[in-house]
Design a protein around this ligand. Structure first.
Ligand code: SAH
Length: 252
């Protein structure tokens, strides 16, 4: 897979792409990341990439010409162009999975007040947001997208089964994990995890995943098929909790 990042600040990516699955995916040749700087597609002596907004108001807007030329310089018939923007579709695991199956992704990072509207209208195939907050630029969003996509590429993560059990992979949040020691500051690891009974462990993890999802993201359960026993387990466990949610697992 190839990813082009269109950014005025390619140096921003030096750290995050040099470690973990993103580095491994590149090393193994399953991912190629390259940068395109719109500033290299300007023709005036000041290499101007932004301008005042028509109609007035504060802030600067990224001009269309350098952005169009930057994207068009790497565009292939199979490219998918994504504009990173707080106004886009919310990024989620399923979108990461869809992106990971594409041959070529182009991520456009805006800055300042954003990009000229014609970039959204005539250049981008999709507009993607990483959350309901406003960043200074699309670079941090591009890091999020690239990291979520890279770890789904073959060989990027040591144990691919691990990816399959992560939160959202099966539409649920993940189960809790413990490692040694079996007791830490009086907190003991659930006995079933020490039992060596794999079927029991799998059942426990499934129930805990359901419980965590019901506590933190109940809307995700709507798409799940639950057995009678699982339904009973959930209503029993949730019934034990205070109505205002002031119980274990409430981390805010
Ligand atoms: N005026 C714009 C915000 C511009 S922020 C608005 O209110 O919608 C500058 C740039 O940062 C954007 O063009 C976009 O590329 C990026 N950005 C900011 N927040 C983002 C988010 N939540 N998700 C993805 N990109 C974001």
């Amino acid at each position: 897979m190839r990813i082009h990042i269109v950014s005025l600040f390619p140096e921003y990516f030096r750290g995050p792409f040099d470690c973990g699955p993103v580095r491994i995916a590149q090393k193994k040749g399953v991912l190629e990341i390259a940068f395109v700087n719109p500033r290299d597609f300007t023709s005036d002596p000041h290499r101007t990439v932004d301008d005042y907004p028509f109609g007035g108001g504060p802030g600067m807007v990224l001009k269309p010409e350098p952005l169009f030329q930057a994207v068009e310089s790497v565009l292939q018939p199979d490219s998918h162009v994504v504009l990173l923007s707080p106004q886009g579709t919310m990024f989620h695991q399923d979108l990461a999975r869809q992106f990971s199956q594409l041959p070529h992704l182009v991520l456009i990072c805006g800055r300042y007040k954003g990009v000229d509207e014609r970039v959204r209208l005539a250049l981008a195939n999709t507009e993607v947001s990483i959350g309901d907050y406003v960043l200074a630029g699309g670079e941090a969003a591009a890091v999020v997208v690239v990291e979520a996509v890279a770890r789904l590429l073959p060989g990027a993560v040591g144990d691919e089964d691990s990816v399959a059990s992560d939160s959202f992979a099966a539409g649920l949040l993940d189960a809790p994990y413990y490692t040694r020691p079996a007791e830490f500051r009086g907190l003991v690891v659930p006995a079933v995890l020490l039992s060596g009974d794999h079927a029991q462990v799998a059942r426990w993890r499934r129930c805990q995943a359901l419980l965590t999802t019901a506590r933190h993201r109940p809307e995700l359960l709507r798409n799940q098929v639950l057995s009678e026993a699982e339904r009973e387990f959930l209503s029993l466990e949730l019934g034990k909790e205070e109505p205002d949610g002031q119980k274990e697992g409430n981390r805010t």
